[in-house]
Write a protein that binds this ligand. Structure first.
Ligand code: FES
Ligand code: MG
Length: 570
């Protein structure tokens, strides 16, 4: 046990390690060599999706004590999507770094990781992969379904719809204030298939959280029962020395990618899984997300692409049903090890579906294979770009139009309500300066609202191209994660208003119809913007962040640094 280096020590150091712990009322028996389990809690009132995690931690502790471990809860930073500026994504790597170092520096033999909001799950998984002590994820669970004037309304997805209705005068500001409370009626993370729900499902599909754990609502008694079981189980994982490196294999990532396609998950999963694979030393590239997902139909009819919400998914049987259906269709590596100690196939072999409308069968899928997230290539995105077809308009999947270019999202917002704006339904909006370095932090701003003029004319969608991300709850025909980003002189930086751009999703092509010579000429004239930050964390971030196709991790955090006990502190 790592903890023996602390609590098993004699002399001055051992006395220091134990004595101060005893000020919390622990008797000497807790230092008898039993596994010490850290409960990493990203609870914060500033990250509302994680605000209830202390209660989840209590349930985990019960389980750890029951199984003969010694649980110690510790706080980690939390990255809440809704409040943090300029974007929570700027802080994912910082949180991953913090959690990794806290685990390594302390007498921990295993950890239970409590997350919720979007970035908190990948940050903790990345930390676990880099320190490689036995770990189980327990996500905090989604909010109950939003209820607005008698109908279900999804967090996130509802906001975009209410905004459009407000802009076109279909509803009043007072009505919007009223709707705010309707969308968020319990603890938990977004209950659409946004990034938080997606990453919870990814953790389960990777084998890092217990079966069914992704979908129990945050306030459901079974969320706490699952947490208690995770507490029991982590003690077993420590005794069996099952580490994340045994679970996070190439096959596990293939399972996750296919699961993401089957659930119609967030495009953000691509960035997070690429970063996590980098930590785990698993070769994975952007193109894998297209190749592996292509034969997978979308089974789940959930917002933003479909009708239902996470509570419905849970009642229908949850992720184990999706995994079972994938396994039966030959689309899952069923022998992949999970934190239960059994294979993923064995975990879900008996999963029962209680609602085929919510979780559709493979033979009658919600959306056919190949209609999921596509990876585009072309002279506008030499290192790739992605588009979520299920959240886009089928008639725009092949489209040719003239570019209307904005250097920043703020530039666009300043003019988007201008009735004189030179734009029509065929225009391709190009928004740059939203990449990892450019913004900085690669924010979720890419699905900019349509110009008011077009909304009033009844246009509901248009092609947008950006180097940023889109919220997992968002929708629209938006080309995302364009790499390299404009701030480093990627071709996106060279587009000019009036250029023709063609998007051909069936052929996975995104083309700027400008000759190579002309582009080379423009490149010689291109000047990078002066850096926005010259000190502090944001400066460090821009110095070391990798591009979207590498998961936007820091170059110096890639890989596993292990769990060796550091040098003596006293
Ligand atoms: Fe936290 Fe959506 S804002 S999960
Ligand atoms: Mg989000």
């Amino acid at each position: 046990m790592r903890s023996a280096a602390w609590f098993g020590a004699t002399g001055r150091s051992g006395m220091i390690y134990r004595s101060w712990m005893r000020n919390q009322g622990f008797g000497p028996e807790v230092f008898d060599g039993r596994p010490v389990i850290g409960i990493a809690t990203s609870a914060s009132e500033l990250a509302p999706c994680n605000a209830h995690l202390h209660r989840v931690a209590e349930a985990v502790k019960r389980g750890v004590w029951q199984a003969g471990g010694f649980p110690l809860e510790f706080p980690t930073m939390a990255t809440g999507e809704t409040l943090m500026r300029p974007t929570a994504m700027l802080y994912r790597n910082l949180m991953a770094m913090e959690v990794e170092e806290l685990i390594r520096a302390n007498p921990l033999d295993g950890v239970v990781l409590l997350s919720g909001c979007d970035k908190t799950t990948p940050a903790m998984l990345m930390a676990a992969a880099s320190v490689d002590v036995p770990a189980i994820m327990v996500t905090g669970g989604p909010m109950l379904n939003g209820k607005y004037r008698g109908r279900d309304v999804g967090s996130g997805t509802g906001v975009w719809r209410f905004e459009e209705d407000l802009k076109t005068g279909r509803i009043t500001q007072e009505e919007c204030f009223f709707a705010e409370g309707c969308m968020a009626r319990s603890n938990g993370h977004c209950m659409t298939m946004g990034t938080a729900s997606t990453m919870a499902c990814m953790a389960e599909a990777l084998g890092m959280q217990l079966p069914g754990s992704a979908t129990w609502p945050a306030v459901d008694a079974r969320r706490f029962e699952t947490a208690q079981r995770a507490g029991q189980r982590i003690v077993g994982l420590v005794h069996d020395e099952v580490r994340p490196s045994a679970i996070l294999t190439r096959q596990a990532f293939e399972n996750a990618i296919r699961t993401n396609a089957a659930i119609g998950g967030s495009t953000n999963a691509i960035v997070h899984l690429l970063a996590l694979a980098g930590r785990a030393g698993v070769p994975l590239e952007l193109g894998d997300f297209d190749t592996l997902a292509r034969p997978v139909p979308t089974l789940l009819d959930l917002m933003p692409s479909g009708r239902f919400l996470m509570e419905d998914f849970c009642s229908a049987g949850g992720l184990p049903v999706v995994l079972r259906r994938l396994a039966e269709a030959g689309l899952l590596h069923g022998d992949q090890l999970t934190v239960t100690g059994a294979s993923i196939g064995a975990n879900v072999a008996d999963a029962e579906c209680f609602n085929d409308e919510v979780i559709t069968p493979v033979e009658r899928p919600f959306q056919p294979a190949g209609a999921g997230t596509a990876v585009l290539r072309g002279n506008l995105c030499p290192d790739g770009a992605v588009i979520k077809q299920s959240a886009a308009s089928p008639e725009l999947m092949t489209h040719r139009g003239r570019a209307l270019v904005f250097d920043s999202v703020e530039d666009y917002h300043r003019v988007c309500d201008d009735p004189e704006l030179d734009v029509d339904a065929d225009t391709v909006l190009v928004i740059r300066g939203a990449g990892p370095i450019g913004y900085p932090g690669m924010p979720e701003v890419s699905n900019v609202p349509l110009p008011k003029k077009l909304l009033e004319a009844g246009v509901t969608d248009m092609v947008r191209i950006c180097d940023g991300r889109m919220s997992g709850t968002g929708y629209g025909t938006v080309v995302l994660h364009t790499a390299p980003e404009s701030a480093v002189g990627g071709p996106l930086a060279l587009v000019r208003t009036g250029d023709w751009i063609s998007l051909d999703v069936p052929s996975r092509a995104l083309t700027l119809e400008v000759g190579e010579e002309e582009l080379a000429r423009r490149k010689t004239q291109w000047q990078p913007d002066a850096p926005r930050h010259t000190s502090g964390y944001a400066w460090l971030y821009t110095q070391h962040v990798l591009q979207a196709d590498r998961g936007a991790d820091f170059d110096f955090l890639v890989g596993c640094r292990g769990h060796e006990v550091p040098r003596e502190s006293h």
